[in-house]
Design a protein around this ligand. Structure first.
Ligand SMILES: Cc1cc2nc3c(=O)[nH]c(=O)nc-3n(C[C@H](O)[C@H](O)[C@H](O)COP(=O)(O)OP(=O)(O)OC[C@H]3O[C@@H](n4cnc5c(N)ncnc54)[C@H](O)[C@@H]3O)c2cc1C
Ligand code: SF4
Length: 327
């Protein structure tokens, strides 16, 4: 049986209290929302914080509402609530769909949107018990000095594996953060960095308070598709989000795409506007966009599934997502 390491559990009732607790125990405290990722990771001794600061009792982190042209989702709202929200389903079906594709029902009832955005990266050599990892001499991300994927020992390339961030990226969403230095807003597009050890720009002691999606993006056609081993429970081996403005005559006015499950951050697909804007969504364009995406993506052996096959699937899944946009 895997047991949790000992820790003290704090239940702040305001964002300010939570930030103060994280500051007071800096280096030895972590925020916990649903705990669906953090607690298994603690059982694997990937994290051993002496203090957990619970976010679910903070009223400010709850609620799904429209205000001043923005959909505002509290960071501690559950994925089940996001997936079922009539507001989210009507305005941002791809976001509701991505939330509905995370794990299984029990985990979506506990797991939150904020926790999904801040999810730790994953790797075959990392998401293992301490015993398993010790037998291999650990790795760069935790307790070791070498990367078993790249074998160079200088960089961690564990995979960003959360479902909702690519959708949030193509919908121009922003994150409201609160930390020891006050509050700020960051576009989701700028939130992630290509470092598998710490893949976000979140400062120590900073928490995500709200996820904000501009209602202007609701007029875009949008789609989300996910490749996984089983059709329930599993993390993405690859996921694709796309959003486009398409005129009534079928001509593309704007197009954005993002993929995840490959490298340490969700990747925005580039060069699409040049190919698509002003053109019609015909089969030739879909093929060109899918091929462009495939050439930009280079999956590594960070998951127990052949990287070349995953690369081939990039083209297939991008095309499927675009076909959904075309309707
Ligand atoms: C069997 C299984 C299958 C899964 N499948 C998927 C899947 O298919 N897709 C997927 O995306 N995820 C999956 N997950 C992971 C997880 O369930 C979800 O990502 C969930 O959304 C995490 O949210 P949480 O509230 O439980 O996060 P927690 O576990 O509470 O926290 C996760 C991390 O985020 C930090 N954190 C949480 N909230 C905040 C905040 N507001 N501000 C700052 N930091 C914060 C925590 O400190 C921690 O580092 C799976 C998990 C399991 C156990
Ligand atoms: S990519 Fe390398 S360093 Fe990162 S978790 Fe995997 S084996 Fe460890």
């Amino acid at each position: 049986m895997l047991r949790l390491p000992p820790y003290r559990y704090h239940r702040p009732s305001t964002v300010e209290e939570a930030v103060a607790l994280l500051g007071e125990h800096a280096g030895d405290a972590m925020a916990v929302a649903g705990g669906t990722d953090l607690l298994p990771n603690m059982k694997h001794r990937l994290f051993e914080p002496g203090h957990l600061v619970a976010l679910k009792g903070i009223a400010e982190l709850k609620g799904i509402r429209e205000e001043e042209g923005v959909l505002r989702v509290g960071a501690a709202e559950t994925l089940a609530a996001v997936a079922a929200s009539p507001l989210v389903r009507a305005r941002f079906p791809a976001l509701a769909g991505a939330a509905a594709h995370v794990a299984g029902p029990q985990l979506r009832n506990m797991g939150t949107l904020g926790g999904n955005v801040c999810l730790d990266t994953r790797c075959t050599y990392y998401n293992q018990t301490a015993f398993w990892r010790r037998s291999l001499g650990y790795c760069l991300k935790k307790d070791g000095t070498v990367c078993h994927v790249t074998r160079t020992g200088t960089k961690c390339v564990a995979a960003h594996s959360a479902d909702t961030p690519p959708v949030l990226m193509v919908l121009d969403a922003r994150l409201a953060l609160a930390g020891p230095w006050g509050r700020r807003e960051v576009p989701v597009r700028d939130f992630f960095v290509a470092d598998g050890i710490a893949n976000t720009r979140r400062a120590p002691g900073e928490i995500v308070v709200e996820i904000r999606v501009p209602l202007a993006s609701a007029s875009r056609r949008q789609a989300y598709v996910k490749l996984r081993q089983r059709k329930s429970i599993d993390f993405p081996l690859l996921a694709v989000a796309v959003a486009a403005e398409i005129e009534t005559d079928g001509v593309v006015r704007s197009l954005a795409g993002a993929v995840t499950g490959l490298g340490a951050r969700p990747k925005e697909l580039t060069g699409w506007s040049k190919l698509a804007v002003g053109a019609r969504m015909d089969d030739a364009l879909l093929d060109a966009l899918a091929e462009r995406a495939r050439t930009q993506c280079h999956p590594l052996e960070n998951m127990a599934v052949d990287p070349e096959w995953r690369r081939a699937m990039v083209g297939v899944y991008v095309r499927r997502a675009l076909e959904r946009l075309r309707g």
